[in-house]
Write a protein that binds this ligand. Structure first.
Ligand code: EPZ
Length: 420
């Protein structure tokens, strides 16, 4: 397993280019199962989760090939059973169900397990499939969905946190080949859903309303191949902006889409960070003392849960009390105990973390737990005095392309060592 060794205290300077969005790439890769024709997808990030999804598609019978950051997928013939071990290891693979159900009228996928951030149920996905006419049952750790045909209908997909991102993706994909019109109410509005809908429409689907809480899908007979470029990763963008602020540096972030992270830019500005938008680029520097702020994670366009841990790392440096409330997942505070090892003073109170910021952090060995918690530990390590070792870096490689390389290019003293 790899470890990142970080010698903190170096302000970040220079430029970083944002990769394609992981959470757009994964459902878009699954959407290529909807047609036997080849699909070409550009700006695909080089991540373990993406390579994993490629393995799953190959298992299902698709031909998958990478050429740099361009991915070609040809699902001429597919079978509808997702390999138990492969699917169980990556929750996002659940989004192969919608395409398989639409294409084959049958899909069997291992039940995705929960993870450190929560139970991660899929009841809303299954509710959507049943509303379209599928029979769903769970047996031996697999979830099966079968349908004689899929018929469009109106579906309310609201859940405990307001909406479901992959649930919306799954039902939208299934509905593209249903007979008649499907209306998804309380749909997720994330930019990744819009990117998926744009790809599906390029394939010949007829989807309107993506990005709003009401998405209408007029079913079509078949879909054809398409070419598409993935949107930039808004969470990677947020992560580097926060790292620049935490290290009192000044960086330019290239190739982002600032319009996808207005809540993050708003909160960072309130915390005293200077952010200038220049088209697809962001210039970020800490303008003086950091100020404490309160953050609540919400569905898009609210503050994204995937940037909550990184923001907490920053707010440990802001003198005063910041309250961070997590409204999307039931236990997304794994990073709190690890940040405490670096000297952070954080108390948990139900869904909120009370951050008493302002004490300088000092380096220590810390353990990565989930993807974004790991990013928070790297940010804290960059700001801390002394050396921080972040263990189990495979969590980070799931969602950040070449994070140590990109940080070194920004002047960070960070290296990756393989430890058995
Ligand atoms: C997507 O996960 C993202 N992953 C997550 O990013 C992100 O944190 C999450 O959306 C919320 O924005 C991908 O896109 C691959 P949800 P998803 O369904 O779709 C509950 C990262 O770090 N829920 O929107 O699985 C669920 O328990 C990852 O990149 C149900 O109750 O999340 C949660 O509390 C982490 N029933 C809430 O909804 C369901 O059927 C939001 O979950 C589905 C979800």
């Amino acid at each position: 397993m790899d470890t990142l060794i970080i010698k903190g205290g170096m302000p970040l300077h220079g430029e970083v280019t944002i990769s394609g969005a992981k959470n757009a790439a994964l459902p878009i890769m699954a959407a290529a199962l909807l047609t036997p024709e080849p699909c070409t997808i550009h700006r695909v990030p080089n991540l373990t989760d993406v390579r994993f999804m490629a393995q799953i598609l190959t298992w299902l019978g698709a031909k998958v090939s990478f050429e740099g950051d361009t991915l070609r997928i040809e699902a001429r013939k597919v079978q509808g059973i997702g390999d138990y071990d492969l699917v169980r290891k990556m929750r996002a693979s659940i989004c192969i169900m919608g395409p398989l159900l639409a294409r084959l009228k049958s899909a069997t996928v291992s039940l995705p397990g929960g993870c450190v951030i929560g139970a991660r149920p899929i009841n809303l996905h299954l509710k959507g499939f049943e509303a379209l006419g599928a029979r769903v049952n769970i047996d031996g750790g697999y979830v099966h969905a079968r349908a004689r045909k899929l018929v469009g209908t109106e579906i309310f997909l609201g859940g405990r946190a307001g909406s479901t991102v992959l649930g919306t993706a799954n039902v939208m994909m299934a509905a593209t080949l249903a007979e008649g019109t499907t209306i998804i109410q309380s749909a997720a509005c994330e930019p990744e859903i819009v990117d998926l809908a744009n790809f599906l429409n390029a394939m010949g689907a007829r989807i309107v309303g993506a990005g709003s809480p009401t998405i209408t899908i007029h079913g079509v007979k078949e879909l054809h191949g398409a070419e598409h470029e993935i949107i930039p990763d808004r969470i990677e963008t947020a992560t580097y902006a926060i790292a620049a602020a935490a290290t009192d540096g000044e960086i330019t972030i290239r190739g982002s889409n600032p319009g996808h992270l207005t809540a993050v830019i708003d909160k960072l500005t309130e915390a005293g960070v200077r952010i200038e938008r220049r088209g697809p680029d962001l210039k970020v520097r800490r303008g003086g003392r950091l100020k404490p702020v309160d953050v609540t994670t919400l569905p898009y366009a609210g503050f994204p849960t995937d940037a909550q841990a990184q923001m907490m790392a920053l707010l440990t440096l802001a003198p005063g009390i910041s309250i961070i409330t997590e409204r999307i997942f039931e236990s997304r505070f794994m990073h709190v105990s690890e940040l405490a090892r670096l000297g952070a003073d954080i108390e948990l109170e139900g869904p909120s973390a009370i951050v008493k910021g302002g004490r300088p952090l000092s380096g220590a060995p810390v353990m990565a737990s989930d993807l974004r918690a790991s990013a928070a530990l790297v940010i804290a390590g960059l700001a801390a005095k002394g050396t921080t070792r972040v263990l189990r870096v495979y969590h980070i490689d799931r969602g950040y392309e070449n994070i140590d390389g990109k940080l070194r290019a920004l002047g960070a003293r960070i290296e990756r060592v393989s430890e058995s």
